[in-house]
Ligand binder design. Sequence first.
Ligand code: NAP
Ligand code: 8YV
Length: 318
Amino acid sequence: MPERPALLQLGKISERMAKRLAAGFDVVQLPADHEAFLAERGSEFAAIATMRGVPDDVLAELPNLKVISSFGVGYDNIDATTAASRGILVAHTPEVLNDEVADTAIMLWLAVSKELLPAERWARSGAWETKGNYPLARTIRGRKVGILGLGRIGQTIAKMTEMFGAEVHYHSRSRKGVPYQYFDNLADMARAVDVLFVITPGGEGTRRLVNAEVLDALGSEGILINVSRGSVVDEAALVEALKEGRLGAAGLDVFEDEPRIPDALKSMEKVVLLPHIGSATVETRQAMGDLVCDNLDAWLVDGKVVTPVPECVLLNEQ
Ligand code: NAP
Ligand code: 8YV
């Protein structure tokens, strides 16, 4: 391997990341029109640093690729199984964003339950003076909370809800060693809780897990909070359930076709919409960027990364 391997950069990175990557690699930004570029130069690259996954056609044009370091814990936009079968290590950025994303989920829950945005509009528009007090909202105290996906972030959300006196329930593929009630059926859990937090990975394994049946089970007073991926919720079914009053309200950070959000959702009072900002603070994004660079620096030293995705754990041990 050359002393300074060539690294392909996908997406825009911070100056701090650029400085660190340039210390160990010859960094080249993937051009927007990449087909001819990859046909000519694809074989040069041993490494990728990506802020936006790796399209399959890009992966296919990099025969000498050895490592992908991805910004973000979710990697549904990288075919990690194919990468692992080709001996390519994929690394992501788990743990460093748990609190930030959980804070965002709790913020959405508070905003939805306490009707933060309509109440703020009431104050700002002068309706308080002309129409009187804003109607009463609902408390978040002592609620039954369901977590779909009790992983790193899900457990952090669960702990935070305990501070509000919540009774925590969860559904994931396997039972965890935690003092919360486990449901092996998602609709059954939805029926038992007041609020459902969705925090699984995206991808085929979780596509539209939250379907019309689950939304109906959550019910007309129920609240859905999604900070995972838009693909986990059947968005058309969600719009219908909200329109028909079969679901109470929703707080959404993620959507099926980002950055597009259905107009029907935009016009609803009982939803709070965010532009995928779960981890988006200066501090947490810096920690994520640092981990992207740590993974590549570690790979330069001994061919291993610090935080491989599950599909690449064995490869990372060889
Ligand atoms: P994690 O530790 O891997 O946890 C994922 C959880 O989902 C696990 O409890 C897993 O448990 C469960 N799960 C996986 N497939 C499932 C299925 N088919 N049915 C039910 N449960 C399933 O991941 P994490 O670090 O908490 O991150 C979770 C996801 O959050 C990321 O993948 C990403 O998509 C999303 N995220 C969003 C933002 C944002 O900005 N909104 C930021 C960070 C992360 P079992 O294996 O037992 O099923
Ligand atoms: C980021 C995320 O918004 O970590 C994830 O899985 O969804 C977020 O932290 C995203 O990775 C930025 O590209």
